[in-house]
Design a protein. Structure first.
Length: 208
């Protein structure tokens, strides 16, 4: 049986994660990789219910509760979907994982990377990605892209520019601290070029 891999895709809203995730899934399957795409928070029924709650702009959710809700959704996803799939040798492409909480709640909400990291280590059983693709984009560009979608912003997307600047800063810190896991992609490039960067970043993990 081939080895399962957990590949996470991270970055600010508007960086192009969803577009990359789908094109990367297609590209991996074309190369014979048994791959599946999941998202966070969500991916399984209970976690999708939490997703609806944390993104609801009508709700006031305090930062610590927000961090715990994301961790709870993550715990459900790991036990119900990620761990079994990886044991079967499947590749999982995951749109966001623990690094999102470190950046958004640890950085943006000011809860601290260490504390948020500890509750997520408990939630995930310390499951770690084999590779993390970080889409680097200027926060103002990401916001402009979100606005261009014409969709109603969710609860987090309504935050101020300073919030997203803090999030972006933490992502850069995480990537610098773990260069063996992170690969930083230029999200300003067009989608085919971003996909090419992603495939190059995974080349050493792909079956021969």
């Amino acid at each position: 049986m081939s080895q399962g891999r957990l590949i996470t895709i991270e970055g600010l809203d508007g960086a192009g994660k969803t577009t990359l995730a789908q094109s990367l899934l297609d590209a991996l399957r074309a190369r014979g990789v048994d791959a599946e795409l999941l998202r966070e928070p969500g991916g399984v029924a209970a976690a999708e219910r939490i997703r609806d709650l944390v993104k609801d702009p009508r709700l006031h959710v305090v930062p610590r509760a927000e961090a715990l809700l994301y961790a709870a959704a993550r715990a459900q996803l790991v036990e119900e979907a990620l761990a079994p799939a990886l044991e079967r040798g499947r590749w999982i492409l995951l749109d966001r994982f623990v690094d999102s909480s470190l950046a958004y709640q640890g950085g943006g909400r000011g809860l601290g990377i260490v504390d948020v990291g500890e509750i997520n280590a408990f939630a995930t059983g310390e499951l770690r990605p084999d590779r993390t693709l970080l889409l680097r984009v200027d926060p103002r560009v990401g916001r402009a892209r979100r606005d261009d979608r014409g969709e109603e912003p969710d609860r987090l997307e309504r935050e101020r520019d300073t919030f997203f600047a803090d999030v972006a800063e933490v992502y850069e810190i995480l990537a610098e601290d773990e260069p063996e896991r992170f690969r930083v992609l230029d999200a300003n490039a067009d989608p085919p070029a971003v996909l090419a960067q992603a495939l190059a970043a995974l080349e050493d993990l792909l079956p021969g």
